[in-house]
Design a protein around this ligand. Structure first.
Ligand code: PEP
Length: 255
């Protein structure tokens, strides 16, 4: 049984003061007056902008909330102005890093091969990559969803190796930040296909350790039904992760 992962992708949002308030809201919600963390049937993760990792990491230290980065470079170190290595994220307290998000793919022209190189670097540094895949609206309309997602998996995942700590996020591009979501049947179809693809590539035993998150306009009102879809092992949450009560409501929907 895979423990569900609820990961918040803050994207380019937050300053120190607002981030402290958000994290405090999360901490208050999972202790003290709110329902205790033990009642949450999931692992919680926040992925703030890089410059807030230290602030957020300090606040969540000793709590059950984990820390993740939003991207890393594929090289260990060197002349890459503005970039961050996987080792730097690890050193800052991260356990995970989001890679190949559709906004990185579109804003920065990141293709599968680069995502794979980054994921390989992340694993080498001891981070669990959260590798994002998903079709555009046009690709879905053309009936190419599964082919596109399988191509992205084949190109973006690191070469198989023993004991890899890896997460996949299925995020239909048209659902991200749009308020639209696929039907639960459509989500189930894609997650089932990803699970079968992983089984075939890695063998069922190794594949069983890999969680497949759904991402794209998940919010308190639709989280329970999306998280109940077989083969959905959690959520990657953008907008709704910026409000503590919404993020926690999604986490509680795992139960
Ligand atoms: C995302 O960008 O990973 C995401 C899922 O965003 P949103 O929840 O805002 O659709």
């Amino acid at each position: 049984m895979r423990r569900k992962l609820i990961a918040g992708n803050w994207k380019m949002n937050g300053l120190r003061a607002s981030s402290k308030a958000l994290v405090q809201g999360l901490l208050d919600g999972i202790s003290g007056g709110g329902p205790s963390y033990e009642l949450l049937a999931c692992e919680l993760l926040v992925c703030p902008p890089a410059c807030l990792l230290e602030t957020v990491g300090g606040l969540i230290a000793g709590s059950p909330i984990g820390l993740g980065g939003q991207d890393c470079h594929s090289a260990e170190a060197g002349a890459h102005t503005g970039d961050i290595s996987a080792a730097m994220l690890k050193d800052a307290g991260c356990a995970y890093v989001i890679l190949g998000h559709s906004e990185r793919r579109s804003d920065h022209g990141e293709a599968d091969a680069l995502v794979r190189a980054k994921a390989t670097a992340a694993l080498a540094a001891g981070l669990a990559p959260i590798v994002c895949v998903g079709e555009t609206a046009a690709e879905r309309d053309e009936g190419r969803t599964l082919a596109v997602v399988e191509d992205q998996l084949a190109g973006s995942l690191p070469p198989p190796g023993p004991g890899q700590d890896l997460v996949i996020a299925y995020e239909p591009v048209w659902a991200i930040g749009s308020g639209r979501t696929p039907s639960t049947a459509e989500v189930g179809e894609v997650h089932g296909a990803i699970r079968r693809w992983l089984d075939a590539r890695l063998g069922a035993e190794a594949a069983a350790a890999i969680r497949i998150l759904y991402g794209g306009s998940m919010k308190p009102g639709n989280a329970a039904e999306l998280l109940a879809v077989p083969a959905v092992d959690g959520g990657l949450i953008g907008g709704a992760s910026l409000k503590a009560e919404d993020f926690l409501a999604i986490a509680r929907a795992c139960a």
